[in-house]
Design a protein around this ligand. Structure first.
Ligand code: SF4
Length: 472
């Protein structure tokens, strides 16, 4: 009997990395992957517990799967299963509730996808030890692949549930990461994203993030390494050398030069020292700004993303304005705005001085607008230049899109298949495109890769990449 499985992933990039492993582990057990949850024998929901909204989204998704496919076996796994086990147990129809420590073993926990009279619940305390991850993540429709290198966090910021949902900080075995990196490259992935909760704390014996990136940079066929979000106080400045191409000789990464993309996602959260202290962040606004100055001085032109939380308890108008001014001054290129919502189980849940919902909504809107302005300013700097892009997919708008190393989304209208190829694009304009009306630096494809590292000119009028590549 061949069963089918569907996955729904909520929340962060680390959840995506973990779903990719679950995907492969069920395929290896003979499951086929269903188009959607309504057609699957087994539905796995990889949950998120970060905010109250995320928690309620998990419950909505599970209920909607139960309505659409009442005979399916349902497994709720991960953060929300860990933090709110009893809430999930009260939803009739869930068959497995598996917490963070055991979710990667789901394929062995479920003997076959059957409805159960009551849910099997596995929510152990999280271990403190380092770990390995069996197998290789499966990314059938993505050119980029995530690699989990770290788990959990010891920082205990007052708004964050992660230390409860994912446990203490621990790191993946160094050689195991290299094994998976090689396997992903052998499957054709040319760009990987190092993923974790508190990435900068990665350490396996005497090796940290710098040694890991150095070792990965030596893997032939791997062209780009990105880091996902990283705490500003944990960044080893030697990483800047890898981003800027100025890695000193002792860090020589060999063929292909530096592969670490010049992009940092560093969470600011607030630009007000009082709020930062109440959040238990480990820097002041001044220290954050000094760090940015140092980073951009060493890696000019780098992209830089951040998270800003508005409406944290005690954030009065002046505190918000200080944040707004700081964000205006810093040349962020991507800003994620979060509205504070009290999350049960965190210190901030009990804090007084809650900000009224209307003020949070207004601050969120202003910060979003500022974020869009800053992104547009950064994208506009590409107009009139030629940029190198690793293409990913064709969007319904007709643009074939991909990203530069500093994380500018670029689109070129071209008939040929460009997926997973590098190309050079002459940027003409910035446009809004796709269902999300997202910003795109748009232009003409002027070079396309014929073989790895070998880019050929596209002749004017060439209809497709294949045509250009095949020209003698
Ligand atoms: S650093 Fe703070 S916000 Fe980030 S995961 Fe750890 S506790 Fe949460």
């Amino acid at each position: 009997m061949h069963y089918t499985v569907a996955f729904e992933t909520l929340g962060c990039r680390l959840n995506q990395a973990e779903t990719a492993h679950l995907h492969r582990s069920f395929m290896e057990k003979g499951y086929a992957v269903a188009e959607n949850s309504a057609q699957a024998d087994l539905c796995v929901v990889n949950t998120c517990a970060l905010t109250s909204q995320a928690a309620s989204k998990c419950r909505r998704r599970i209920r909607s799967i139960l309505r659409a496919n009442p005979d399916a076996c349902i497994a709720a796994v991960g953060c929300y299963a860990q933090t709110d086990t009893e809430v999930l147990r009260a939803i009739e129809g869930i068959d497995y509730i598996i917490g963070t420590a055991d979710k990667m073993d789901l394929a062995s926990i479920i003997p076959e996808p059957a409805k159960l009279p009551e849910a099997v619940v596995v929510t152990r305390r999280m271990p403190r030890d380092g770990f390995s991850v069996a197998g290789t993540g499966y990314y059938p429709s993505h050119t980029r692949a995530n690699i989990k290198i770290q788990e959990g966090c010891d920082f205990v910021c007052s708004f964050c549930i992660i230390p409860t949902s994912r446990g203490p900080a621990r790191s993946r075995d160094f050689d195991d990461i290299l094994r998976e990196t090689r396997a992903l490259v052998a499957e054709g992935h040319r760009e990987i994203i190092l993923t974790g909760i508190n990435l900068g704390t990665y350490r396996d014996r005497d090796k940290g993030l710098v040694e890991l990136i150095e070792a990965q940079s030596r893997i032939e066929g791997l062209e780009r390494i990105r880091m996902s979000s990283i705490e500003p106080t944990t960044i080893d400045e030697r990483l800047f050398d890898y981003m800027s191409g100025g890695a000193p000789e002792e860090y020589d990464v060999g063929r292909g030069g530096p592969k670490l993309c010049p992009y940092l996602h560093i969470s600011l959260q607030s630009g007000d020292d009082g709020v930062l202290e109440a959040m238990r962040r480990r820097y002041t606004a001044r220290e954050f700004e000094d760090f940015v100055e140092l980073f951009l001085g060493r890696v000019p032109g780098a992209g830089m993303g951040t998270d800003v939380m508005v409406g944290f308890p005690g954030e009065d108008d002046e505190a918000f304005e200080r944040t707004y001014e700081l964000v205006s001054r810093i040349p962020f290129t991507h800003i994620h705005v979060f509205s504070f919502s009290a999350r049960k189980g965190t210190a901030a849940y009990l804090m007084k001085n809650k900000v009224p919902a209307a003020a949070i909504a207004e601050r969120s809107e202003r910060m979003h607008e500022l974020g869009e302005e800053k992104k547009e300013a950064y994208y506009s700097r590409c107009i009139g230049t030629n940029v190198r892009v690793l293409f990913e997919e064709r969007e319904t708008s007709g643009y074939f899109v991909g990203f530069t190393d500093n994380y500018v989304k670029v689109g070129a209208k071209h008939a040929g298949g460009l997926s997973n190829r590098f190309g050079d694009v002459a940027i003409r304009e910035c446009v809004r495109s796709g269902p999300a009306n997202a910003l795109l630096a748009a232009g003409d494809l002027i070079k396309i890769e014929r073989a790895a590292g070998d880019l050929v000119d596209i002749e004017r009028g060439a209809e497709s990449a294949a045509e250009a590549i095949n020209k003698p």
